[in-house]
Ligand binder design. Sequence first.
Ligand SMILES: Nc1nc2c(ncn2[C@@H]2O[C@H](COP(=O)(O)OP(=O)(O)OP(=O)(O)O)[C@@H](O)[C@H]2O)c(=O)[nH]1
Ligand SMILES: [Zn+2]
Length: 186
Amino acid sequence: MSHEFSENDWRRLIASLGEDPDRPGLVETPHRVAKAWKHWTSGYEQNPVELLKAFEDGAEQYNEFIIVRGIPVYSHCEHHLAPFFGKATIGYIPNGKIVGLSKLTRLVDCFAKRLQVQERMTMQIANALMEVLEPKAVGVIVKCRHLCMESRGIRTPGEETVTSAMLGELQPNLAMRTEFLSLAKD
Ligand SMILES: Nc1nc2c(ncn2[C@@H]2O[C@H](COP(=O)(O)OP(=O)(O)OP(=O)(O)O)[C@@H](O)[C@H]2O)c(=O)[nH]1
Ligand SMILES: [Zn+2]
């Protein structure tokens, strides 16, 4: 199924705003916007399980947190199609299987490039890691600014929404949670 908006759909949208879609500045806009939305929703075409490509850890068996901080998040909220953006931190304690570090960033992007709510995106990232790596623990923290809240509606510029998912041993183990939160701190 194609979920690509055609150029004509965007042309109609521009006209419905009272604009002239044929004026020079707007003539190429439907084409550009169709291309941009294809990019912003490209996550639907990615399979998180395939992109993670786990491999066996060597004989040394790393047994502590692997944490990547500052992973960029660019998504759109499913309520208003408005951007929300910020950073994610991912940490996991492996159980024999690890992934290339760049794959964590790719995983975030795969779920961010869909219509989302921040809570679901956070859980999807954590669940995918649990499923593929079967690690001892997974922690995900996402901090985002939502333009639907900042530029309209409640209008709260600069407000940050923080969500987290703690799976595996992170759930019952308070000491492990404290360690993760301290390593995750910017
Ligand atoms: N839980 C959650 N809510 C979100 C997210 N992004 C946007 N929202 C909220 O989605 C809600 C939609 O509320 P509605 O009352 O249906 O729509 P609305 O009249 O445009 O709401 P206002 O934004 O309050 O003007 C708003 O409260 C938004 O702040 C998100 O990622 N997670
Ligand atoms: Zn919104």
